[in-house]
Each structure stands twice: as C-alpha cells, then as structure tokens.
Design a protein around this ligand. Structure first.
Ligand SMILES: Nc1nc2c(ncn2[C@@H]2O[C@H](COP(=O)(O)OP(=O)(O)OP(=O)(O)O)[C@@H](O)[C@H]2O)c(=O)[nH]1
Ligand SMILES: [Mg+2]
Length: 234
C-alpha cells in the first residue's frame, strides 16, 4: 500500500525506513474521504516506541527491533461512528544522533503527541518533562492532545516507576496516563485503546468518554485518579 503525500506531511524529506507501512494493509478500510491525523510518538531510546506502534498497526510484537533512525511511518485506518479516520503514526528516534536533523519535521502540523517511558527505567520517566518541554518549544499548541504511556508492564519484577508517581506527573500536565505492554498479547486491546482515545479526541475534539472506553473492553487509568490522588506523595 502506498502512502499518500498529503499537505503538511513531507514524506520526501525524511529519511527513515517506511517499509512498515505494509503492515497496516489488513487494517485498511480506508475510503477516499478518510480524515488523516498525524500522531508523533516520542520518548527516550529503548522505551518501546517502535514496538508499541508496530503492535497497533501490525497487530503483533516486533521481535528484535533496530533503533529507529530518523522516523518510521506506520498507519492504520479506523472506523469510528461510521467515519474513516486514518492515523498516520510517526515513530521517532529516541537517540539524539538519529533524530537531531528531524526534529522540525516531527512537530510540524502534528495533531497529537504520545510521550512514552519504560516502567522499568526511572531515567526514561524522568526524561518525560524534557520531551514535553521540547514539544512546547516547537509551538505545539495546547489544543493538541497529549497522552503519556508507560510501556513494558509485563516486566513486573523490574518495575522502577510506580503508577502513583506516573499519575502525579500526568495530572500535573493534565494528560491521560496509560500503562501497558507492547509485548504481552493480552494487552493488545489496551494498546489499541491508547490510539482510539486519541482518534476520538481528534474526531470530535472531545475526550473519549469512560463509557466508550469500557465498550472497547479496555482497562485504563483515568478512573484510578481519585484513588491515587489520596496516596500521592508529590
Ligand atoms: N519486555 C518488554 N520488552 C519490550 C516491550 N516493548 C519493547 N520492548 C523491547 O525494548 C527494546 C526497545 O524497543 P524499541 O521499540 O526498539 O524501542 P524504541 O523506543 O523504538 O527505541 P529507539 O528507536 O532507539 O528510540 C527491544 O528490545 C524490545 O524488544 C514490552 O512491552 N515489554
Ligand atoms: Mg524505535
């Protein structure tokens, strides 16, 4: 499936691999009327950005991913309330040397941002404010939805970032928080829910209602906020 070159998205100017576009074909119910939204996925290297986006677009866990160079593109078209919404996902490089010439392209005309950290890496979590700061420096407006994702929840014995700390940070920025695993197949629907939440927000400019999320049969963390606020130490 060839990707279309839409206004505001300069595919000819980026140098990442885009072979993964093929992955989305079995999800692709697109019609000519599909609205297209650009979503960037950012965070430290090795947190699982590529695996998460591959899980969403390809449906499986990507074994032995290589470090992303520049950006990889993936896409998936969703049918929401009878409308086709195409999510065009920019899987960015976490390593500075592989991303520095690309940063301007990442943020240009972006519709939503996903900040990813690794729940087994405190340093990746501590980097999140820097990623948020970079995003703000590139004039991404407050109307652009942002979501925070803690990945690798399957590694329970190695967890370094408690949910309560992550929720405190997410609350400080007023972002929804998801914790999930790109690797664990039972988390597949939860990974879908991250992107569905964004798709609904973009579609209607309203947050996805809790009822809609439960209809998607997903677990999410928004409804834990009140409980965790009671134990929040920050
Ligand atoms: N256990 C576990 N490992 C994961 C998970 N997601 C990714 N990994 C592993 O984490 C490593 C890094 O994954 P990537 O998806 O390449 O990380 P990335 O954030 O794209 O890294 P850069 O491209 O360098 O920015 C790989 O060894 C993956 O197999 C997960 O949910 N659970
Ligand atoms: Mg990557």
């Amino acid at each position: 499936m060839a990707i279309e070159n839409k206004p505001g998205v300069e595919f000819d100017t980026v140098f990442g691999r885009n072979d993964s576009l093929e992955l989305s074909s079995h999800h692709d119910y697109e019609t000519a009327q599909a609205r297209i939204f650009k979503i960037i996925v950012i965070g430290d290297s090795n947190v699982g950005k590529t695996c998460l986006t591959y899980r969403f677009c390809g449906g499986t866990f990507l074994k032995n991913p290589e470090a992303t160079i520049g950006v990889d593109f993936r896409e998936r078209t969703l049918e929401l309330d009878g409308e086709s919404i195409k999510l065009q996902i920019w899987d960015t490089a976490g390593q500075e040397r592989f991303r520095k010439s690309m940063v301007e392209h990442y943020y240009r005309s972006v519709h939503a941002v996903i900040f990813v950290y690794d729940v087994t890496s405190l340093s990746s979590f501590e980097s999140i404010p820097e990623w948020i700061e970079e995003c703000s420096r590139h004039s991404v407006g407050p109307q652009v939805p942002r979501i925070m994702v803690g990945n690798k929840c399957d590694l329970r014995d190695r967890r370094e970032v408690p949910t309560s700390a992550a929720q405190c940070l997410a609350d400080r920025y007023n972002f929804p928080l998801f914790e999930t695993s790109a690797k664990d197949p039972t988390e597949k629907e939860h990974v879908d829910a991250i992107f569905l939440t964004i798709a609904y927000r973009l579609k209607s400019h309203k947050p996805l209602r809790l009822k809609q999320l439960s209809e998607c049969n997903v677990r999410h963390l928004w409804n834990q906020r009140e409980q965790e606020a009671a134990t929040c130490q920050c």
